[in-house]
Design a protein around this ligand. Sequence first.
Ligand SMILES: [Fe+2]
Ligand SMILES: [Fe+2]
Length: 247
Amino acid sequence: MTTSTAGVVSRDRVSDCYQPLVEEARQAYVSTDTYQQATNPNADPEFLDRFLIEFCALGVHMTEPVDRWIRGAGQRCRELGLSELGEALERHAEHEAGHHLMMINDTRTLVELWNRSGRQPLDADELLARPPSPGSKRYIDLHERTIASDAPWGQLAIEYEIERLSVVAGPPLMQNVAAVCGEDRIDALSFLTDHIALDQAHTVFNRKQLNQLLAERPDAAESLGAAGSAALDVHGAFLADCAVAAR
Ligand SMILES: [Fe+2]
Ligand SMILES: [Fe+2]
């Protein structure tokens, strides 16, 4: 890295050039009816329990391909001359492999807790065998479309926004779950618990990569903002699907 490049990278281009483009979508996400319901201290415990089961069961479709998506975006970035970013993404991909197994496991644990409570019994295998919900489908399509586009670095913005959600939107949700449904749900939610911790480092990594990319290609800001905003919008649609299925 040259001295002049280092000088440019030290500027916080994420705050200056990217954040203003996603601020509205970030606010919209935490204002959605579903996120508000899930973090409401007066939430119905049965609804919240069922919502969490749906979140884990339907979330498998969106988590299983993550390492392939990041690796694919890395390869496309290298093809377009962004070799450092491409290699960094390919390294990050390894850290995401297999995380859907946590969601499968959590679905089974939460269904066991549900069935022990005397509620209408649920079958974890049946819940896991369903196709992606409309929101999950849109989430999958967004990734596939972004990686195949002429702005594959949009995957970095998608990943930044979604991993950032673990850090900023995850803790209030978990605090509410513990209070409304019981502390035992926290151990059962290994994916969320682990990602609230893991994604702190991943968010720092993504932000650093975004800063470097914006230094190298300032004109990428618009496509990054669009991809990051779309990711928040479709993730909000997925949460709404979980709430509908929970009722
Ligand atoms: Fe992950
Ligand atoms: Fe992550």
